[in-house]
Design a protein around this ligand. Structure first.
Ligand SMILES: Cc1ncc(COP(=O)(O)O)c(C=O)c1O
Length: 371
């Protein structure tokens, strides 16, 4: 990995993330028809590659969909709950709320276990809610709440769900190939992921990974959507077919990103890389007197939610850093006025992050000097 693999703007937003020249070049493999055998081979390579590289090759089958991460979330939610049953959603950020919203708009009854945006979900609260609501068919939880950069104890919540005999659905969209608790540790029945975060592919392709129990469930639920019915995709993809026109060239890029990840030591090596980046930037924030909202023990390996320097607005900081070639990210909801986010997802060599810290320091000084 060289510094030149990063484009003119260094993206420090949580996806779409910077990619390598190799992944970007894969877009140019050519014009292919998705009904030809070469596409079936590509699809098979992506499906087996995803479950293999994410260490669930023996237990989970991948279903690939053209759409952003939310399409995978919607496919998962509508596939997890049988007619007349409900879903229990663990909510402590924007993406937990989105899981609940998806269920609502699809006419699925929702129960919620809610905690503050700064508080990881409590598995015991999930246990109590399951005891209170015997109609629950699945528990849905976000592994890494990108809203704040906080990790939820998904493995422990999964153990509670298993004990109660309900399905576990995990939105691992911003955790895949980044966080310590790997997909194999989650024991989840349906896991949502996307190409353009920790996998370092390009935006436009997402997927769900399903256990045998998850597959049984998606075959049992009523059809709730024409485009996002998981069983239609599963039946077709097992034969090398896709129901609708896929983003063919984005598939090329994902296939290449999976190969690149495996050649570089797989998920274990990538997680170690993310930890190294997080340590580097967080030491830099501390040197600059900038504090992070989430306590260290609950932080993800990729996102830091940082208090804005005193007297400086998000747009001032964003614009000054963009002039230096770095794109930072705003907080969501009530957090927008007080915080900014820095994500170290994607291809980001350590020297680039060191350069970012220098630019952060000079940008803060420049904004203050200009007053
Ligand atoms: C945890 C999580 N879930 C879902 C999504 C939605 O993904 P998309 O914006 O690709 O639809 C995101 C996007 O950042 C996310 O971080």
């Amino acid at each position: 990995m060289t510094e030149t693999s990063v484009g003119p703007l260094v993206l420090l937003n949580p996806g779409p993330a910077c990619t390598t020249d190799r992944v970007r070049a894969a877009l140019g493999r050519g014009d292919w028809c998705h009904r030809e055998p070469e596409f079936s081979e590509l699809l098979a390579s992506i499906r087996s590659g995803l479950s293999r590289v994410l260490n669930v090759g023996d237990t989970h089958e991948a279903i690939v969909v053209t759409g952003s991460g939310t399409s995978a979330m919607e496919m998962a939610v509508i596939s997890a709950v049988r007619a007349g049953r409900s879903i229990l959603v663990v909510r402590n950020g924007v993406y937990g709320d989105r899981l609940a919203k998806i269920a609502e708009v699809n006419g699925i009854a929702v129960h919620s276990v809610t905690s503050a945006w700064t508080e990881p979900a409590d598995p015991e609260a999930v246990r109590a809610a399951l005891a209170e609501h015997p109609d629950v068919d699945a528990v849905a939880v976000v592994q890494h709440e990108t809203t704040t950069g906080m990790i939820n104890p998904v493995g422990a919540i999964g153990a509670v769900a298993r004990e109660a005999g309900v399905l576990l659905l995990v939105d691992a969209i911003s955790a895949t190939a980044i966080e310590d608790e790997g997909h194999e540790d989650l024991h989840a029945d349906i896991i949502c992921g996307t190409a353009n975060k920790g996998l370092h592919g390009l935006p436009g392709i997402s997927f769900i990974l399903c256990s045998a129990k998850g597959i049984e469930r998606i075959q049992e639920v009523p059809v709730r959507s024409l485009y996002l019915n998981a069983d239609t995709y599963l039946t077709g993809q097992r034969k090398g077919d896709v129901p609708f026109t896929p983003a063919v060239q984005v598939c090329f890029a994902l296939d290449e990103a999976i190969k690149e990840l495996e050649e570089r030591g797989g998920v274990a090596a990538r997680v170690a890389e993310y930890k190294e980046r997080a340590a580097l930037v967080r030491a830099g924030f501390e040197r600059l007197g900038l504090s992070i909202l989430i306590p260290e023990e609950h932080r993800s390996n990729s996102i830091s939610m940082i208090y804005l320097p005193e007297g400086i607005t998000y747009s001032e900081l964003h614009d000054a850093l963009k002039d230096e070639g770095f794109v930072i990210y705003a907080g969501q909801g009530d957090l927008a006025k007080t915080f900014f986010r820095v994500s170290t997802m994607g291809e980001l060599p350590l020297p680039v992050l060191e350069r970012f810290l220098t630019s952060l320091e000079t940008s803060i000084a420049k904004i203050r000097a200009g007053r």
